[in-house]
Design a protein. Structure first.
Length: 310
């Protein structure tokens, strides 16, 4: 009887690809499985629960004794028939547009400034940005309450308009909230864009300057095309952040005065908390998710088309 043994593969002989060998090892997937399962549960379960409540008759009685009855799309029909809801939707879009434009424009300017500063000045500015970014939302909101206080606030003292009630005037209250949200969001945009700017070769800028390009022309012809995906990502993230902004508005104004700062998240909370219409509040929340998803999918599809065309 002749025994045959399989010789090890020689150099150049076909071997299984590295990806196939990695797939044969289940340990990486087992190690991340608890985190993935926990993330899915914490994100998906509240969303599905809110979707279910939005199709039920769910108020204080159902919250206590249970047994909510399915009512189909009645909550959505009632909500969409309200003029107040469409006013809130319009206000939310205006709120989002104003904040996102200011955040991206000012953040881009600071990011470009970081790239031009010296080492010490850059370190000082980056430290200030990081400190502003790390400040808790509620703490920052409380500070703004003190700054814009009508009698003892430092803003009124600096402007020489003692006694002006910022929180009682609709336009002033809206402006204070915009300043707060923009101040909190600029560090992320500035630091992210500065990191992207460091990846652009200096030779491109030198060539553009030799060709006589101005600073504005260099930005639009060199910087922006290279960082277009980064700008699209930042804009998408800021739209999400601003659109669903809730703590700052609720702590400072609770949607007032006269509903001037009531956005969709605040509107959903007020309906559920004040009127105990948990079904209607869930319907507002689900429509908010749908609007955000539609806006982000449209933005991502446009970004992918631009990348494919490039």
């Amino acid at each position: 009887m002749t025994l045959t043994t399989q010789a090890p593969p020689r150099r150049g002989q076909h071997r299984p690809p590295a990806a196939a060998r990695r797939r044969a090892n289940p340990w990486p997937y087992l190690l991340i499985a608890p985190a993935v399962a926990g993330g899915i549960f914490l994100l998906l379960y509240p969303l599905l629960k809110a979707a279910l409540i939005s199709f039920q008759h769910f108020r204080m009685g159902e919250l206590i004794r249970g047994g909510a009855e399915l009512v189909g799309f009645d909550n959505y029909r009632e909500l969409l028939a309200k003029e107040e809801f469409w006013q809130v939707v319009l206000r939310t879009f205006v709120w989002t547009a104003v904040n996102v434009v200011l955040i991206v424009v000012l953040g881009t300017g600071i990011g470009l400034m970081l790239a031009r500063l010296g080492k010490r000045a850059r370190l000082l500015l980056m430290s200030a940005l990081a400190l502003a970014w790390a400040t808790p939302v509620i703490a920052a909101t409380t500070i703004f309450q003190w700054l814009f206080q009508s009698e003892l606030g430092i803003v009124n003292w600096l402007l020489g308009i003692q006694g002006f009630a910022w929180f009682a005037d609709p336009v002033a209250m809206f402006a204070v909230l915009v300043i707060l949200v923009v101040w909190q969001s600029i560090p992320f945009v500035a630091l992210t864009l500065y990191a992207g700017l460091t990846t652009i070769p200096n030779e491109l800028y030198e060539s553009a300057r030799i060709d006589g390009g101005t600073g504005w022309q260099i930005f639009w012809k060199v910087t922006f095309p290279i960082l277009r995906p980064l700008f699209a990502l930042i804009t998408s993230l800021e739209i999400i952040w601003v659109f669903k902004c809730f703590p700052q508005i609720w702590v400072l104004s609770q949607g007032g005065p006269d509903g001037a700062t009531t956005t969709l998240p605040v509107y959903a909370f007020k309906i559920a908390r004040v009127l105990h219409r948990y079904d209607m509040g869930s319907a507002v929340a689900m429509l908010t998710v749908v609007i955000l998803a539609f806006a982000l999918i449209t933005n991502l599809r446009r970004m992918l088309k631009q990348e494919a065309a490039a």
